[in-house]
Design a protein around this ligand. Sequence first.
Ligand code: FE2
Length: 354
Amino acid sequence: MSAIPTPSAPAPDVLRCAYMELLVTDLAASREFYVDILGLVVTEEDDEAIYLRSFEEFIHHNLVLRKAETAGVAAFSFRVRSQADVDKAEAYYRELGCETRRGDFTRGVRNAVRVVDPLGFPYEFFYETDHVERLAWAYEQQGPGALVRLDHFNQVYPDVERGASYLEALGFKRTEDIKDAEGTTYAAWFCRKHTVHDTALTGGNGPRMHHVAFSTHEKHNILYICDKLGALRKSDLIERGPGRHGVSNAFYLYLRDPDGHRVEIYTQDYYTGDPDNPVVTWDVHDNQRRDWWGHAVVPSWYTEASLVMDLDGNPQPVIEREESSEMEVTIGADGFSYTRKDDTDEGFKLGHQV
Ligand SMILES: [Fe+2]
């Protein structure tokens, strides 16, 4: 695939990932998953959409569930520093030749710009939003599995380095990646706020949405969610984990919602705010990169993901990855991936920092 040019127009000052708009086929079933089971806070709702936020959030929403015929993602939405940065985003993507639209796409967020970006993902940038009550201190409302922040998105795309160049030109900083000795990049993580990521690229057929992640304060909150799902006889909603990631060093759990959208519950990664924050590069053959305890990654985690939509709500075409996939190079017949060279060998060291 050809390289994406860097526009002469200045990039917008992105603050953080702010919300995802998910298209769901059964609003009641999705409400049960996100509100009754996971405990996200309802800011407002009607027959067409539910607006949800995490307990520490002060903007209108972190997740929109919108009823639709086809499940998918309508927007990966980022907050920018000012309204002038929304204008900058519009000019930036117009110079890239991308379709852009300006307006109020959800309740509680105004004068945003939506684009289909050069990778084919629906991105939104906004500043103006309604403030709502920050429920950080409302412990009487927070269960033991409280979701306190939106942490990150994860996007599936066939050519990770092509996507990385575009995100880095947009102002994102790479924090970690997974490579092989031949230089193929299998995944990469990018931040604006001072955590490991606001979004990541996972190599695979795309553009598709791999997951959206919410934070808890501590590990025990995630263990409670597992216990609750078991008690509700809904353990089938758990796809992978709980466990400790190698990449990001965070504790994790992956769930699948009623439409198959993947949701990660995530906690306790590390600070990345210095400009010279070292990039951590993992060997794709290191069986501790995806799970620090060496547990196998289930194949569905590598192969399944959600469709992403164009600005009219139609699915974007999915392009196949041409380079070898991470699953193909690391998972043996037993489902495990003990293919790493010894640390005394030439090549990658564990969590090599550059
Ligand atoms: Fe994640």
